[in-house]
Design a protein around this ligand. Sequence first.
Ligand code: SF4
Length: 331
Amino acid sequence: MTFFWLNFQTPYACRDSGMCCSSGWPIPVERSRVTLIDEAIAREVLPLQVVPWLAPDSGAPDDVAGTLALRANGHCVFFEAGKPGCSIHDVKPAGCVHFPYVCLIDQRGVHVTLSHYCPTAASLLFEHRGPIAIVEGPAPVAGELEGLDARESLPPTSAKAAAFAEATADKTAGKPADHAPRLLTLDELSQWERDQVALAKIGELGSDDLALFEQARVAVPAPWSWPDAPDHLEDSWHSLVAPGWLMFEDALTRYAAAKIFGSWSLYLGDGTRAAAHTARLASAVVRIEAARQCGIFGLPLNRESMTEAIRQTDLLLVHYADPALLASARA
Ligand code: SF4
């Protein structure tokens, strides 16, 4: 199997930031791991503050025994339970092993991207030098991969063909379109992806950013939610964010490339048009989250607030939002 990466993400290696272990996420535990984890607890004599370590989840799939118990502060019960970092590193659940990798598996191979909620992944956006390229790389994890498996799906449709079909349907006052959206060949899809990565860019605050931000917010299923856009958005943008925005142009361009590369919306929505729209949502969200971060501290944009804005954007888009709802958002 071939693994495709963006070149600036291939140096990723966990630096034990602990963000994934302290976020209060309900991380599923496979039934096959339960005994292994119990044995590790007994062998290592782990001083657990929450017992039992496994929380029941009545809606979980058959192969899931429950979720990792959390302490009152939202930390996983195994985070720094007797050792720095994860105290069950060798037997941790698959969700932990896969974080922060986000994989799209299709007939071409596996596209590997990273969730920038991970501070280490976010730092790579600022550290790379040189052009962006799609490269072949290693498997992100040993063993079975998690991600969107689209190997049995038809290839995505062409955005241009879909738009043409829609325009035709409009003109014929409700009659069906003469031209159905055209499926891309795999070579065309890869070329489209290379073109989009080369053109990727995140500009300044736009007039439709609030509407795009709302589309991302409403893709978050209950009981989760995401806060409204900050008050005085335009003021914060112009006074605190805009003066420093271009300083981060390179990092933002890499982030934009990561939001179009390996997009699940290609298969969950209407092909390249959905993927392009999801990338636009990310651009709008990162601008608004930058304004939120700067507004909170009343400080001009700096590396710290830019990083936090990117982390929050991926927290919303990668971890909170339903990928199918995001993919169905419309311009
Ligand atoms: S099991 Fe380990 S890696 Fe997973 S959330 Fe808990 S401490 Fe982190």
